[in-house]
Design a protein around this ligand. Structure first.
Ligand code: GLU
Length: 481
């Protein structure tokens, strides 16, 4: 049997991280098993559709590197892969169920249903449709259909017994049929509901394994009743636990949690995000933490899935990202860092390559670059207390004499390169009898205004150029009084 999996997002916005994880696992499982991975767009709830969301799904999948073998924009033998383009597919199947007694036409008005819902609420019950239309005589149904009355088709769930299915992760899941509602399968607009379309399409597309969030765990028994009614073999189900933001709440855009696209825009590397997401609910059962997508394709398995909810820890993601940053070659890093540097410092005022070299090992996320380098563009205000450093044995007084001593040395440098600067400054320090830190620390503070910078005094002096270095130095000496 060839494994066929599908990722079936609804185009209701951006790709959230829980969705990305479902997509990733679904993709990985297909790859590991040498199967096919399919993208299907579930847009039958047209009121919830957000314009442009379908394109965003394609671009996010591409950005993540999750190539699908079949899908709306790549084709395949089981298309169309957008449910609204399959609208004529579903009704004949629903009619089959009506014939076999597993479904029925319902003409109930919105008013009647609203009233029944309100009554249920008053009595503190969960609303269930009362099968009012189930026993309508055939002739009446025919007459009303011919008269063009609006209708829906509902699933006829047994009133007794139990329904269930086997989940790979959760085992046997069963519910009392008496708790199940006669869900709508075909809506008044002729489109199927998710409840129906997922069953029909998974079957018609030959899907062997369904991975999706646990929010569908409780409805899956009802879907299984549909498979039974058709006499079809259901796929294997793997429901995935939710991704939490912390102990108490789900990850959610509504609370400002980032989407996949947001993370990319912030300057997280897709490789780091994928690696991190892969471990949110799956474990290789070893201490190993680093995986490329290719490596995940080789070792992902259902046995490593975890049943308990996982927590999305932004600090952990940042840690992963920093590791991936360091692993980039310098050229790769420079290519990614350059736009951020240009934004902060302009195109041609500074030696951006040199700055990137200094940043490479200390950049956790690209969006932190501007705050790390903006002191080059503009000298920050600072308090003289910044010169105090116990380990360097400096304070404002020592700084005053160190800076006064080093100023003429810098002024005398003609060839303003790091090598020459280094030699001149070190010679002067040796002659002065001061410790390196007692000169270099104050000098760095005096021309950067910051306690921590990428690069030391020499690199920063070089980057600023002679004129600006001396200007800043004079200002800082004056501030010391
Ligand atoms: N369209 C559903 C969603 O976006 C997919 C559920 C499924 O994979 O069956 O949640």
């Amino acid at each position: 049997m060839q494994v066929r999996t599908r990722f079936a997002p609804s185009p209701t916005g951006y790709l959230h991280l829980g969705g990305l994880r479902t997509a990733l696992y679904t993709y990985l499982f297909a790859r590991k098993e040498g199967g096919k991975f399919i993208l299907r767009i579930e847009d039958t709830d047209q009121e919830r559709e957000v314009p442009g969301a379908i394109e965003k799904i394609y671009s996010s999948m591409r950005a993540a590197g999750l190539t699908y073998d079949e899908g709306p924009d790549v084709g395949g033998d089981y298309g169309p892969y957008i449910q609204s383009q399959r609208r004529d597919t579903y009704l004949p199947f629903a009619k089959k169920l009506v014939e076999s007694g597993h479904a029925y036409y319902c003409f109930c008005t919105k008013e009647r249903l609203d009233e029944a819902r309100a009554e249920a609420e008053r009595e503190g019950r969960t609303f269930k449709y009362d099968k009012h239309c189930l026993h309508m005589p055939k002739e009446e149904i025919q007459r009303r259909l011919e008269a063009g009355e609006p209708y829906v088709i509902r699933q006829n769930v047994p009133t007794e017994g139990r329904a269930g299915f086997d989940d790979v992760l959760y085992g046997r899941v069963e519910v009392d049929c008496s708790t199940l509602d006669d869900n709508v399968l075909i809506k008044a607009d002729g489109l199927p509901t998710y409840n129906f379309a997922n069953v029909i399409d998974d079957h018609l597309m030959g899907i062997t394994h369904v991975m999706r969030g646990t929010e569908y765990l409780s409805s899956a028994p009802k879907y299984n009743l549909l498979y039974e009614a058709f006499g079809w073999q259901p796929p294997l189900y793997v429901h995935l636990p939710v991704v939490m933001r912390d102990q108490t709440r789900k990850l959610s855009k509504r609370y400002g949690d980032p989407s996949f696209e947001d993370l990319l825009e912030m300057g997280y590397l897709k490789e780091a995000i994928i690696n991190f997401i892969a471990l949110l609910g799956w474990s290789p059962r070893s201490e190993r933490e680093f995986f490329t997508l290719k490596e995940l394709e080789e070792c992902f398995d259902l046995e490593g899935l975890n049943k308990s909810p996982s927590i999305f820890d932004m600090d952990k993601l940042t840690w992963f990202n920093a590791e991936y940053m360091r692993k980039l070659s310098f050229e790769e890093f420079y290519e990614k860092a350059r736009p951020w540097l240009v934004r902060a410092l302009g195109e041609d005022k500074f030696d951006l390559r040199r700055i990137a070299e200094l940043l490479h090992n200390r950049t956790e996320v690209l969006n932190r670059i501007p705050e790390m380098v903006d002191f080059l563009a503009q000298m920050p205000q600072f308090e003289n207390e910044l010169y105090t450093h116990k380990k360097m044995k400096t304070n404002p007084d020592i700084a005053r004499s160190a800076l006064n001593g080093i100023r003429p040395v810098l002024e005398g440098v003609e060839e303003w390169t790091e090598a020459v600067l280094h030699d001149r400054v070190m010679e002067a320090i040796a002659q002065s009898g001061m410790k390196n830190g007692q000169v270099l620390w104050p000098l760095r503070i005096a021309i950067s205004g910051k306690a921590s910078t990428p690069g030391g005094a020499i690199e920063i002096a070089y980057l600023l150029g002679k004129e600006e270095t001396l200007r800043r130095l004079d200002q800082s000496i004056a501030n010391l009084g």
